[in-house]
Design a protein around this ligand. Structure first.
Ligand SMILES: Nc1ncnc2c1ncn2[C@@H]1O[C@H](COP(=O)(O)OP(=O)(O)OP(=O)(O)O)[C@@H](O)[C@H]1O
Ligand SMILES: [Mg+2]
Length: 381
């Protein structure tokens, strides 16, 4: 018996080089623009692959000796902590220590942070101020100026990603946006990518009354085309001596609604299913049985979610699950699903959008979790 190879379908983690599907044009653009010191906004609904795209771009930039920094804004609980980690990561990327230490001393004189450096690990630790009353506002401009100063003084380029960028407005309201925008636009040697997973919030940040308006080009990340997935999934299965027929492949991609996370999730389960049975030929019935298992495993979660929804929201979701969003406002559908007047359907849909049950893509609403409609249908069917 041959030992089982690793499952090649990965989800819930950031994908890098080897399992990376398509996105060549976006990748080239991102690498080029960041290398040139541009400020770019990367937008898409959740789980479309922003973080994976940025991670792959950062790897390429590193190979070109560009210093890279990646921060997920939503990981930090306060503005102070965000500024500390920003400074630490920038200093680490700018290292070695010998090169940056003079500059740090200068930065330290003005900002008076506590900075420690571990010679063995190369770790820089920085503390701006303690206590919840500490106001990081006055020092923020200096922290955000750091990448530009270091890059200019040491003669390198830098690329910085601020992921989940829409969360930045949670720290200190508009003033963070103002300070960051002012500093960032001075930094010719530093490329920035601001990635955000709530397009509506990101669009608001980019609107005309806000500091980041017209600060740089916007990239809207699309879904990955079916043809690319077919090639990728087919090749991985073939390498293991298996085939998924055309109808099976279509069933998989349709169930996943071409959302990258869900394509990988279903393909991952299908792989394990085939390994367990040592089955070489796979078709739509195998895909459907894998989907049924996934839906069953999630049912507790779906039930809890369902219980939290209002009657109007449930009715709107049922209509969406059976008919899609195209005619949800039509009289026929509103009557069939007892949705009430169009205005309350609209209200229900909006509230489901802000609860992250639905989202919009190319002007249409869709289920963020494409298996949720399966569960909804399985209950009422
Ligand atoms: N180019 C790609 N090739 C193959 N799989 C991908 C690709 N991009 C994304 N995926 C799949 O989608 C999953 C989610 O990707 P990622 O975390 O990068 O998305 P995201 O847009 O940053 O999501 P979130 O908004 O939740 O942060 C990955 O774990 C992977 O399974
Ligand atoms: Mg992400």
């Amino acid at each position: 018996m041959s030992s089982s190879p690793q499952n090649p379908f990965v989800f819930g983690e950031i994908i890098d080089d080897t399992g990376f599907v398509n996105r060549t044009a976006e990748l080239d653009q991102l690498v080029r623009d960041l290398g040139d010191g541009q400020k770019i906004f990367l937008l898409s609904p959740r789980r479309f692959g922003k973080s994976s795209l940025v991670a792959t771009a950062m790897l390429r930039l590193k190979k070109r000796h560009i210093r890279t920094v990646n921060l997920t804004v939503s990981s930090y609980s306060s503005y102070t902590q965000f500024l500390e980690k920003f400074a630490e990561k920038v200093l680490r990327a700018a290292g070695p220590w010998e090169r940056v230490k003079d500059w740090i001393t200068k930065f330290g004189r003005e900002a008076k942070p506590e900075i420690s450096y571990n010679v063995n690990t190369g770790e820089v630790n920085l503390s701006l101020g303690r206590g919840s009353a500490y106001d990081p506002g006055p020092i923020a401009p200096e922290v955000f100026a750091l990448p530009g100063e270091l890059a200019k003084n040491a003669g390198f380029r830098m690329a910085i990603c601020l992921d989940e960028f829409q969360q930045i407005s949670a720290f200190n309201g508009g003033s963070v946006e103002n300070v960051l925008r002012n500093q960032v636009q001075e930094q010719r040697e530093v490329g920035y990518v601001f990635a955000g997973s709530q397009p509506s919030l990101m669009q608001e940040m980019l609107s005309s009354s806000r500091p980041f308006h017209k600060a740089g080009p916007q990239i809207f990340l699309d879904k990955i085309a079916a043809a690319d997935w077919k090639e990728f999934i087919g090749r991985q299965l073939r390498n293991r001596g298996r085939v998924l027929d055309d109808a099976g492949m279509d069933a998989l991609l349709q169930a996943a609604d071409l959302i990258p996370y869900d394509v990988q999730r279903i393909a991952h389960e299908l792989w394990d299913y085939a390994e367990l049975r040592d089955q070489r030929q796979l078709d739509a019935s195998d895909v459907n049985s894998v989907i049924a298992t996934l839906v069953a495993n999630q049912s507790t979660y779906y039930e809890i979610l369902w219980e939290q929804l209002s009657a109007r929201q449930r009715a709107a979701l049922q209509a969406m699950a059976y008919r899609g969003d195209s005619e949800i406002y039509s009289q026929a559908i509103r009557e069939e699903f007892r949705l009430g007047p169009a205005s309350s359907v609209q209200k229900a849909i909006h509230s489901l959008d802000s609860r992250d049950v639905l989202d919009r893509y190319k002007g249409r609403y869709f289920f963020l979790d494409p298996l949720f409609p399966y569960w909804i249908r399985s209950r009422t069917g």
